[in-house]
Design a protein around this ligand. Structure first.
Ligand code: HEC
Ligand code: HEC
Length: 451
């Protein structure tokens, strides 16, 4: 066996009190609703500068007798500090921000397919680090998703949940996991994390938010940190600013270039890219701006990444929804090969693509869609018999699970759904999905003062 530790070793024992969780959720729902971006029609409404933020005074948890009531602002500030605190890792050199860098839309800062972590920072993970932006409406995993867009009779199948395989139920459940994962921050216990938090520069702020005796109880300390991380990850300015060029276009404030306009049309056209069928590009019926994902779990058969240490074992396959990291659907062969559709917002700041990080250029990732079926030999290796081993990362027993909608509806030798110049147009369009702060980070320009 190879020394691969799965982020899956995230414990399932971390279950916050249900009541606390409900309160947190209710408050968060209120926050996200209040921050729904202005639809094209109501942009002219002036925002009153002095209006208090929607979260002012919001309560996140019932404070016990004699304990302070942490505010959303306090929790956000604490979560931000914890998020980039490398002293909270076994190595002392890795924080959440190492793999989810704010200057890379909370995605990986480098071109590695998977990041390495653990006590010596040499344990490779199994999957690409996702961007943490635009997850604010991601719901818990369900096997049967019905849209509330007027026609709820269609079962869209497995949808939602955190992680590429949807296995983490809520942000709350997820928030503390990487701190303990052996391939990531690798703390041996919640107690070890609690001791580090007690020594942190912001320990007094934690006491002010949660009570002077917080550090007497390691479980409470760990829970406090998880809650702060969760609330921070719901901060609109940091995690869902909706200020890309495409957002400005939707608000009628900017025009797209000729190439971007062609790219958008190809992205939406069911007979060409058909991308928008999974990566939603239009304002929703209730006026919310598009997230470029429907959060559905789908098998598209990306090539095996032979550079991943786990894949040195030819018998090993990361099958997503049916395991082996996720364990509750191991006896569901129809779920093998399915991964959650990622948002394409800020995709142009990434340097590796798909769950296994197999591609390193956006153009290549898009061309894969056009040529998977028409020119499989360009994407998959040949076996000893000289024949192309199409879908080399999914055992043949599961090939029926693969998506065959356009652009995946062709045969070898057919014309690809997108020509090379059309692929470039789609990429030009995808670049309009980069948030304003990320463009500034890329050009090294000074941050814009708040509006
Ligand atoms: C060593 C790199 C690494 C570190 C450090 C790390 N993560 Fe992650 N994170 C990942 C990977 C890889 C995934 C996807 C795992 C999977 O799908 O199995 C992920 C997934 C997530 C997700 C789910 C996103 C989604 O789209 O569903 C959240 C939320 C998250 N991480 C938050 C954090 C927080 C908070 C921290 C710090 C406490 C952290 N991560 C530290 C690599 C990392
Ligand atoms: C049938 C649903 C579906 C359609 C149609 C679709 N995608 Fe995807 N897309 C996915 C899924 C699922 C993944 C993740 C697959 C994986 O990693 O195994 C993905 C991943 C991606 C990624 C990698 C993002 C990242 O963060 O690594 C890009 C880029 C992308 N899609 C672009 C497109 C474009 C461009 C089109 C149209 C040509 C398109 N997609 C059509 C479902 C779809």
């Amino acid at each position: 066996m190879l020394p691969v530790s799965f982020p899956s070793s995230y414990p399932s024992s971390f279950r916050p009190a249900a009541a606390t969780c409900m309160l947190v959720l209710a408050a968060l729902v209120a926050i996200s609703a209040a921050h729904r971006p202005a639809a094209a029609t109501d942009v002219a409404v002036p925002v009153e500068k002095t209006a208090p933020p929607a979260h002012a005074g919001a309560a996140y948890a019932p404070a016990a007798q004699g304990k302070p009531q942490a505010s959303a602002a306090q929790l956000t500030e604490l979560g931000r500090l914890i998020f980039s605190d490398a002293s909270l890792s076994a190595s002392g050199r890795m924080s959440c921000a190492s793999c989810h860098d704010p200057r890379h839309a909370y995605g990986p800062p480098n071109a590695l397919s998977v990041q390495t972590g653990g006590p010596d920072l040499r344990t490779p993970g199994l999957r690409a680090s996702p961007s943490l932006r635009y997850l604010q409406t991601l719901s818990a995993f369900t096997e049967h998703h019905h849209d509330n867009d007027g026609d709820d009779s269609i079962d869209a199948g497995p949808t939602g949940g955190r992680m590429w395989d949807g296995r983490a139920g809520s942000a709350h459940e997820q928030a503390g996991m990487p701190l303990l994962s052996p391939a990531e921050m690798a703390n041996e216990s919640k107690g070890a994390v609690a001791r580090k938090l007690a020594r942190a520069a912001y320990a007094d702020k934690l006491r002010a938010a949660f009570g002077n005796d917080l550090f007497a109880d390691p479980a409470s300390t760990f829970r406090a940190a998880s809650m702060a991380l969760e609330v921070f990850q719901q901060s609109p300015a940091d995690f869902y600013p909706f200020d890309s060029k495409y957002d400005a276009y939707l608000r009628g404030q900017q025009k797209l270039s000729a190439a971007e306009t062609r790219g958008l049309r190809l992205f939406n056209d069911p007979g060409k890219g058909n991308c928008a069928s999974c990566h939603i590009s239009a304002v929703t019926a209730d006026g919310a701006f598009p997230l470029f994902t429907d959060f559905g779990l789908i098998a598209i058969g990306v090539p095996r990444n032979r550079r991943l240490p786990a894949n040195a074992d030819p018998a090993f396959h990361d099958l997503g929804l049916c395991g082996p990291i996720r364990t509750d659907f191991r006896d569901r062969p129809e779920y093998c090969g399915l991964f959650r559709t990622p948002s394409l917002r800020n995709v142009a700041v990434r340097q590796s693509f798909f769950h296994n990080g197999v591609f390193h250029s956006l153009e290549e990732a898009v061309r894969f869609y056009a040529e998977r079926d028409t020119h499989p030999g360009r994407w998959y290796p040949r076996g000893r018999d000289g024949r192309v081993k199409k879908f080399d990362d999914l055992p043949p027993a599961y090939h029926d699970n693969l998506n065959a909608d356009p652009p995946f509806d062709r045969l070898p030798g057919d014309r690809p759904a997108l020509t090379n110049s059309e692929v470039r147009d789609v990429v030009a369009f995808l670049r309009t999905l980069t948030d304003a702060d990320q463009l500034r980070a890329a050009t090294g320009a000074a941050p814009r003062p708040p509006r």
